[in-house]
Structure formats: C-alpha cells, structure tokens
Design a protein around this ligand. Structure first.
Ligand code: DHB
Ligand code: FE
Length: 279
C-alpha cells in the first residue's frame, strides 16, 4: 500500500514568480518569506516522495466563469502552465500520475463526490509557484495529481465538504496498491482580500488560530460558514479551504514539523506549515 509522508501548506502569490525570476530571495522584503522554505526542502530530501497530490484553486487559467466546477481532478499525462498575465516566467511541464488520478476519481465517486475529470488541464500560479518553492531547480522529481477546488465563483463548497473531500482522498491514497510515497500540497491563503472596500484586509489572529487548529483540532474551521470565513479571512483568504482539504487527507493525528508566518507578501499574509501524519 502507498505511504503518506506528510502535507505541506503554503500561500501562493503571483509576485513570488517575479521574485524567483529576479533572484530576490535575499532582498529584505522577500527574505522572511523565502526563509520559510529551506526546512521544507530538507524534509523533502529526507522523505523523497514519488507523487504529490496538489490541492489548489484555479484563478481563471483553466476554468473561467462560464464553466466552473466545484471540484475538478486532473487525469492527464502531463500538465503545463501558460501566461496568466502576471508576467511570471513559465515552468517546465509536470508529469501526471494517471493511475492514482483514476484511483482517486473512482474513490471519490464511490463516496458520493462528483468531480469533473480533466484529461487536459492547465495549471496556474497556485500550482506552479508552490512547486517551484519546493524544488527551485524546477527539475520536478515527482509526478502529480492536481485537485482543484472552486474559490472563484459563488457558491463555494463548505469548509466541512472540503475537509471531507480531503479525507476521502487521503483514505484512497492509503488504500492505493502501490509502493509509492505520496505527499500532499495545499496552496492558498492565508488571510487576504484583493478587492472591494476591505482590499488589503489581513487577520493575523485568525490565521495563527487556524494554523494551530490544524494540529490540535483539525475540524475547528468547519464550524464557520463560507460567508463567516470570508469575513474572518477575506474574499481570497477563503483559499484556506485548500489547507483544510489537505489536513483532511492526513488523517486524525498529525505533528507539526515546521511553520513560518509573515505579513505581507504583496497583499497576502503568507503561511507555510509542514505536517506529518502520526499513526
Ligand atoms: C495575490 C494573492 C493571491 O492568492 C492570488 O491568487 C493573486 C494575487 C496577491 O496578494 O497579490
Ligand atoms: Fe490565489
């Protein structure tokens, strides 16, 4: 059976792509953010996952407002990104783990989730930049399964629904008849709001309580409705749903291996958290 090595949670902001391209990692503005990643990379070098299941939210590159699935899962042989208009350089394509994709799709449908299955799929900055933070040489040593959750167009799936989606995926990975080592990556958040009257909104107290809850009381955030979460974390802070799905995939108990929290990068409170399942 496959082994789950852990889950990595991180923010994604297009400006990270420019900072990487301009090699600004030691710049005073960027250093507190980039310094959050070497411990994660050291952990990856020790754990050597073969596959990464990535929970992320597309921002209009693959799905636009005309067709917006609540949950979509990639089952493609490879995934590329494309120009999103942020001026971020493109990265090499990612190889898909198609056997696991179909295993997860079958498990999800059997458990009454109805994901859109994508045999072609572009992946945007929410996927590519966290991967580039984990593997800066961009010679991806892993295959991938993208899992997309709508946070762009209302109505959005509830926090509980996202947690349960992750839990079903985690259980299916544990049952996968493979000797491969699987990591989860959840990208988005933490608190930020890019538009409207509260543009620039950040809620440090909530972010830290949320990060704590993932270790101590993982379903804590499921008490809140989507509108309450938007109030607490901002219209784009709702991307924390990716963190909840990832946490669900890790099973009942985890230990925190590493965390970093820094305000702001661009308009976003950036968090990095590394969790390992505990039997
Ligand atoms: C920013 C944050 C995001 O999550 C995103 O998808 C785009 C931009 C930002 O803070 O600039
Ligand atoms: Fe985003």
């Amino acid at each position: 059976m496959a082994t789950i090595v852990g889950g990595i949670l991180t923010s994604h902001v297009p400006a990270i792509g420019r900072a990487i391209a301009l090699e600004l990692q030691q710049d005073p503005y960027w250093k507190p953010f980039f310094d959050g990643f070497p411990p994660v990379r050291e952990w990856l070098a020790r754990q050597r996952p073969d596959v990464v299941v990535v929970f992320y939210n597309d921002h209009g590159l693959n799905f636009f407002l005309d067709k917006m699935p609540t949950f979509a899962i990639g089952a493609a042989p490879s995934y590329s990104n494309a120009d999103e208009g942020w001026g971020i350089p493109q990265v090499p394509a990612f190889k898909g783990e198609q056997t696991l994709s179909w295993h997860l799709i079958e498990a999800l449908v059997a458990h009454e989730f109805d994901p859109v299955t994508c045999q072609e799929m572009l992946v945007d900055h929410a996927f590519t930049l966290p991967m580039a933070l984990l593997w800066p040489d961009q010679q991806w040593p892993v295959t991938v399964v993208p899992v997309n959750i709508n946070t762009v167009q209302f109505p959005l799936p509830s926090a509980k629904r996202c947690y349960d989606l992750g839990a079903t995926i985690g259980q299916a990975v544990r049952n996968w008849d493979s000797s491969k080592r699987v990591a989860f990556l959840g990208t988005g958040g933490l608190s930020h709001q890019l538009d409207g009257e509260r543009a620039g909104f950040i809620n440090k107290n909530f972010d830290l309580e949320f990060m704590d809850s993932l270790v101590k009381e993982p379903r804590w955030a499921t008490q809140f409705s989507i509108h309450q979460l938007v109030e607490l974390a901002g219209t784009q802070g709702i991307e924390l749903l990716m963190w909840l799905a990832t946490r669900g995939a890790l099973g009942e108990h985890v230990r925190e291996v590493h965390r970093n929290y820094h305000i702001p990068i661009s308009n976003t409170a950036s968090g990095v958290q590394l969790l390992e399942p505990v039997a």
